[in-house]
Write a protein that binds this ligand. Structure first.
Ligand code: PLP
Length: 385
């Protein structure tokens, strides 16, 4: 007997995983697909991992280990200007789990969450899984992929809307929200008494623009759940450790749900994460500088070959317009892979308003990026309308 629940059957298959699989099977493919750092975790992190390997065979407290929460509190104060207590924090299996828990604990059936579109491909299915209703907030290339507060206001249903999702720096557009825009979004959340889910996974990967946490703005600690991860800044994706900070009542509810899902984030990863927060900043800074070097090359070349690309101020992605070739980003990505042996992610993966664009990741070594761009140039010349 095979029976799969309807809610799962309706979840979209991520095309990105098929593309990454195809790219991995063919050694001649250059992949600009991955959403994870290509660099190794900094050396001290590798050393801590070895050091704790024989001390981590027990479960941790569900909400997170004490010394990790203490280290997070210091980090939040220093880097995010957020004041938190241990009760405001939950440590999870990556920030993805924290996002899922927050959804489970805030949205009843058919309640609405406003989600920027295009945005991280994990958001839409997550809300759908819990029978919440994701309301797309269209972002525009002509507005540098910023959120327009007037558009946001218009989408709010005072009875049904429960939360607004924001992601700064953004995957896939690289947009970094300014303090002024964050203040306007904060005002809307206060006016309508809504949660802000602030996904700050790429907080340390910014270029010439500061990262600001909406949770640090006046009075916003009551409305904001902020999501952080060790995956990107510390190149620790495989450790699966992240955390959320928010109002105690919601964090309590998330912790209860977490007990029934994963019980606790991996103990070894938590031990290493606590130490990771104490390593010299130079390790993170050198990764950021490397991304910045690649960013300058890839953005210029993409624009030069006719794939218009808004300059990203954060994360490690470019989001390029392919509409002069085709409106079908899936077709573009599959042909590019088959003919030119370059893997990119179709923009539609990030929501309906991502159609007509492709995402390239520059979490890939510079010589590979250069090869990919040479191949893309020939492909674009051949197919442009
Ligand atoms: C914007 C964004 N948020 C959250 C995640 C989840 O990351 P993790 O679960 O590794 O913390 C990702 C992963 O790519 C992401 O791009």
């Amino acid at each position: 007997m095979v029976h799969i629940a309807e809610r799962e059957v309706q979840l979209p298959d991520a095309v990105i995983s098929k593309l990454i699989k195809l790219a991995a099977e063919d050694k001649s493919v250059v992949s600009l697909g991955p959403g994870e750092p290509d660099m190794s975790a900094p050396q001290p992190i590798v050393e801590f991992t070895k050091q704790f390997a024989d001390k981590c065979n027990h479960y941790s407290a569900p909400g997170g280990r004490k010394e990790l929460k203490e280290a997070i509190i210091k980090k939040l104060k220093k880097e995010n200007k957020i004041t938190a207590h241990p009760d405001n924090i939950i440590v999870t299996c990556g920030s993805q789990e924290a996002l899922l828990l927050a959804t489970a604990c805030t949205c009843d059936v058919a309640e609405q969450v406003i989600i920027p579109n295009p945005s991280f491909l994990g958001y839409l299915p997550m809300f759908e899984l819990f029978d919440a209703f994701p309301v797309p907030l269209q972002l525009h290339e002509s507005n540098d992929w910023n959120i327009d507060p007037d558009d946001l206001r218009k989408l709010i249903d005072p009875k049904k809307t429960k939360a607004i999702m924001i992601n700064t720096p953004s995957n896939p557009t690289g947009n970094v929200l300014s303090k002024k825009l964050l203040e306007e979004i904060a005002t809307i959340a206060r006016d309508f008494n809504l949660y802000i889910f602030s996904d700050e996974a790429y907080e340390r990967i910014v270029y010439n623009k500061p990262h600001i946490s909406i949770g640090s703005l006046n009075g916003m600690e009551k409305y904001t759940v902020s999501f952080y991860t060790f995956s990107k800044s510390y190149a620790m994706c495989g450790y699966r450790v992240g955390y959320a900070v928010g109002p105690k009542l919601l964090i309590d509810a998330m912790t209860k749900t977490h007990i029934y899902t994963t019980l606790c984030a991996p103990t070894l990863s938590q031990m290493v994460a606590a130490k990771a927060l104490t390593i010299d900043d130079k390790y993170i800074e050198s990764m950021r500088r490397e991304y910045d070097k690649r960013r300058k090359v890839i953005v210029k070349r993409l624009n030069d070959i006719g794939l218009a690309t808004v300059n990203p101020h954060g994360a490690f992605y470019t989001f390029s317009n392919i509409k002069h070739i085709t409106d079908d980003s899936f077709k573009f990505a599959f042909h590019l892979l088959q003919e030119a042996k370059v893997a990119v992610v179709p923009g539609k993966e990030f929501g309906s308003y991502g159609e007509g664009y492709i995402r390239c990741s520059y979490a890939t070594a510079l010589p590979k990026i250069e090869t990919a761009l040479e191949r893309m140039e020939k492909f674009v010349k051949k197919y442009k309308k």
